[in-house]
Design a protein around this ligand. Structure first.
Ligand code: IPE
Ligand code: IPE
Ligand code: MG
Length: 260
């Protein structure tokens, strides 16, 4: 049985307290896989191509990954597509990446909708052009009743900014008398995060050989299993996804409890 499994219908805007997983229980298919899709630039450089070619090929890898997740029975997939720090890249690359996002939103959402994918976006969407912001809202609305795969896309996302925004909103709620600081616990704090209603990731996978989180889901990653693969993101496919899942299935999750 997947750890922390939760029927989709039970997921609402308010975080439900998750049942404590049994320490030492064998892991199987993760309920929630989060992916740091890294290595597009190096893939392109190895072929003497412009970086945008790597990003385009990365979008194809994403399509394969969504299909692999559905086939594997993974219910939640979260992907790191653009970090709050990625705005620091040269303007031309930022323009290429936002252009690719615009294209993806216009041409791929219909197929995702037909395939039962529910889209959510986390991150600071106010930094994108107004037409992209409108398409993000439309994509969430048009896929809101889908339940086959919950796909969350982190865009202009940074975990520290997310936690800071939550802290600010907690402070405001306290100031306005809507929240008693004495009752603030982890579950209540999670109501203020952008991932409200989304279970914590069981497995975080990063491609390209880098072994860091780069400001991704820092709160939610507390007990995630980490898998780092040497493959560059544009080369990622079903076999790598299966390899990560197999690696995960061999892990013993303890959540701080005594080993069995
Ligand atoms: C990941 O690939 C895509 C984004 C961060 C937007 P990179 O562009 O980081 O590729 P490398 O790490 O330079 O190879
Ligand atoms: C992390 O990759 C962000 C995304 C994959 C979107 P980066 O390439 O931006 O991370 P660093 O700079 O190597 O840590
Ligand atoms: Mg990178």
């Amino acid at each position: 049985m997947p750890l922390r499994s939760q029927p989709l219908a039970a997921v609402s805007a308010t975080v439900e307290v998750q049942p404590a997983p049994e320490a030492g229980a064998p892991a199987s298919v993760p309920t929630h896989v989060a992916i740091i899709m890294d290595g597009n630039g190096r893939w392109a450089a190895a072929r003497r191509l412009p970086r945008i070619a790597g990003h385009r090929e990365g979008a194809r890898a994403l399509r394969r990954t969504i299909e692999a997740a559905i086939r594997s029975g993974v219910a939640w997939l979260t992907i790191y597509a653009f970090s709050s720090e990625n705005w620091r890249r040269p303007a031309a690359e930022v323009l290429d990446l936002t252009g690719l996002l615009r294209h993806y939103l216009r041409h791929e959402v219909a197929e995702l909708r037909q395939n039962g994918v529910r889209l959510r976006f986390i991150g600071d969407r106010t930094r994108f052009d107004p037409d992209i912001q409108r398409d993000l809202v439309a994509a969430e609305r048009e896929t809101a009743s889908n339940t086959r795969l919950n796909l969350t896309v982190a865009l202009s996302y940074g975990a520290r900014a997310e936690i800071l925004a939550a802290a600010r909103r907690v402070a405001e709620a306290t100031r306005d008398g809507r929240l008693d600081p004495a009752t603030l616990d982890e579950a209540t704090f999670e109501d203020f995060l952008s991932t409200v209603g989304i279970p914590d990731p069981d497995l975080i996978l990063r491609t390209s050989g880098e072994q860091r989180l780069s400001n991704f889901l820092l709160w939610q990653a507390a007990y995630a299993e980490l898998v780092f693969l040497d493959v560059l993101w544009p080369d990622f496919g079903e076999e790598h996804f299966a390899q990560a899942l197999a690696d995960y299935a061999r892990r013993e999750r303890r959540f701080g409890a005594r080993p069995a």
